[in-house]
Ligand binder design. Structure first.
Ligand SMILES: Nc1nc2c(ncn2[C@@H]2O[C@H](COP(=O)(O)OP(=O)(O)O[C@H]3O[C@H](CO)[C@@H](O)[C@H](O)[C@@H]3O)[C@@H](O)[C@H]2O)c(=O)[nH]1
Ligand SMILES: [Mg+2]
Length: 192
């Protein structure tokens, strides 16, 4: 039996993303009902992939300006991130293969799904689908960097895997999906 009823949504803003005010009745674990109001940020879902090369013991990441991080304590606004994109297709695997080509310049034959995560479940609807993919020079098709028409200014950066892990400790990598993927790759033993 559902513990949520009488859901009413009011769109407060609709643009690239939307903000809805959602009111609903919620039954708590004691069985009591409460009338609750929540603001929900919706920019769709996303997909992200960490590319690794076992021979060179490297990973391929991006560096780009992220305004929200600049507004909240990141002096340069630059973030080191795994390749990622907004899910425009229904299949998140299609999204990530396209983003890998646009942002990193590699056409991969396959990626492996590792998990999906809600990044900010208290405020945002977004699920990000996470993948690992193996890259090699043979898969390189362009220089990456993202789409000019979307004003993307993305630098492709290759790090020794150990160096990338050390950047989590120093705080130079602090994007959640990237931390999860790097630690997942370490735990998987693929790079051992
Ligand atoms: N017009 C407009 N464009 C925007 C806005 N916000 C972002 N964009 C543009 O929309 C494009 C989105 O690029 P993607 O590569 O598809 O997405 P992303 O920004 O990398 O997002 C990925 O990472 C995010 C952060 O971890 C994730 O939140 C997201 O789901 C996705 O995985 C970029 O060109 C960006 O400049 C906006 O408010 N207005
Ligand atoms: Mg992106």
């Amino acid at each position: 039996m559902t513990r949520v009823k009488n859901i009413q949504e009011e769109i407060h803003y609709e643009g690239f993303a939307s903000i809805r005010e959602v009111t609903f009745d919620y039954q708590d674990t004691q069985g009591d009902w409460h009338h609750i109001k929540r603001e929900v940020y919706d920019r769709g879902n996303g997909a992200s992939a960490l590319l690794y090369n076992r021979e060179r013991n490297t990973v391929l990441l991006t560096e780009q300006f992220r305004m929200p991080s600049f507004l909240n304590g990141n002096p340069s606004g630059m973030l080191i991130e795994a390749c990622a994109g907004k899910q425009d297709e229904t299949d998140p695997k299609k999204t990530i293969l396209r983003e890998i080509e646009e942002e990193l310049g590699y056409k991969l034959p396959a990626v492996e799904k590792v998990m999906e995560v809600y990044m900010t479940p208290g405020g945002s609807t977004e699920i990000i689908h996470l993948y690992l993919g193996e890259y090699s020079d043979e898969c390189k098709v362009n220089d990456g960097g993202g789409l000019d028409c979307e004003q993307e200014d993305i630098r492709v950066v290759e790090y020794a895997f150990a160096k990338a892990l050390s950047l989590i400790k120093t705080g130079e990598i602090k994007d959640a999906k990237t931390v999860i993927l790097l630690q997942h790759l370490q735990l998987s033993g693929i790079m051992d």
